[in-house]
Design a protein around this ligand. Structure first.
Ligand code: SIN
Length: 310
């Protein structure tokens, strides 16, 4: 049968699927459910220096075609997740995990990354440059000058494997400009995409979530075409050493197959995981393997990036 094993940098994973930061990753209990599922690994909720309550509720709503959220980075703080990750390194030495984090300021981000650098953490860092939901804080990666400055500073001291979670871009020129910046750095991966920021979904005459008068990040089916475009645009532009994690609109094995055809190595699942729970990993993995078997693909690398044009 087909194998969905994959590597990111020097790390091997038994399955190419994992959760997207924000879903099933707030605390140990949730992370343990992903750990014990069919997923190849997990990423933590984006950690900030201090714990955060996040935005007022209701702040997440599933809808038929996806989800809207304005969580505002609620999390238990950097120390909580680092402690758990270091514990897992001892209990599961054969596995590798992703640590999502970002500071509320560039200074905070440097403090966090310096602490990771000094720690025993030996997994991958996913630096979140794309949260659309913290009032007054822009999505960092839409400002390429700030992003380049931040990455320049980070890579002067940070020597562990690091990737960045990106917002969706919508213009070919922006793909060119963003890729030119990312190619200057020894990034292990980029993750395309975070939610499509600041959408509005209504129920009759009323918004669905409380923060920001209802504006929130859109996930699920709505997002797949945008996510595939971002994965493929960067696949064509980035140095081959920078791998891509595809996130957005993965409901089925077919959706994952498309992400991989567009160039993704790993595939993250957010809205569907929220709707279905961790059993979703088994179903989607089986569906992907069935497609691979039917097409005669034995490994992810047999078809990764091999999207056909007319
Ligand atoms: C949030 O906590 O607001 C969602 C995380 C994100 O979009 O990065």
């Amino acid at each position: 049968m087909a194998s969905t094993k994959i590597h990111i940098g020097k790390f091997n994973f038994e399955n190419c699927f994992m959760n997207a930061a924000g879903v099933y990753c707030f605390d140990r209990e949730e992370l343990e459910k992903i750990l014990n599922s069919e997923a190849g690994t997990f990423v933590t909720k984006t950690a900030t220096l201090s714990p955060r309550d996040g935005n007022p509720t209701p702040r997440y709503q599933d809808v038929p075609l996806g989800s809207i959220n304005s969580m505002g980075l609620p999390n238990l703080g950097f120390d909580y997740y680092l402690e758990y990750l270091l514990e897992l390194q001892k209990t599961h030495p054969d596995r590798t995990f992703f640590f999502s984090l970002v500071g509320m300021s560039p200074e905070d981000t440097h403090t966090l990354l310096k602490r990771v650098q000094e720690s025993e953490f030996n997994g991958l860092v996913e630096l979140n440059l794309s949260c659309p939901n913290v009032p007054g804080k822009p999505q960092i990666a839409y400002d390429l000058e700030t992003t380049e400055k931040l990455l320049t500073e980070i890579f002067s001291y940070f020597k562990k494997p690091l990737g960045i979670k990106l917002p969706p871009y919508f213009d070919m020129v922006h793909f060119d400009q963003a890729a030119a910046v990312f190619n200057k750095f020894p990034l292990t991966f980029i993750n395309c995409v975070n939610s499509i920021g600041n959408g509005l979904i209504l129920d009759d005459e009323t918004v669905l979530i409380k923060p920001k008068d209802g504006f929130g990040g859109i996930g699920g089916e709505y997002v797949k075409p945008t996510a595939l475009a971002n994965v493929h645009a960067f696949y064509k532009r980035l140095n081959p050493s920078i791998q891509i994690i595809g996130t957005g609109g993965v409901l089925t094995g077919r959706d994952a197959f498309e992400h991989i055809l567009c160039g993704a190595s790993m595939v993250q699942i957010g809205t569907t995981l929220h709707k279905e729970g961790p059993e979703a990993f088994k179903r989607i993995t089986e569906e992907l393997k069935a497609i691979m078997d039917e097409k005669g693909y034995k490994t992810i690398e047999d078809f990764r990036g091999k999207l056909k044009y007319l």
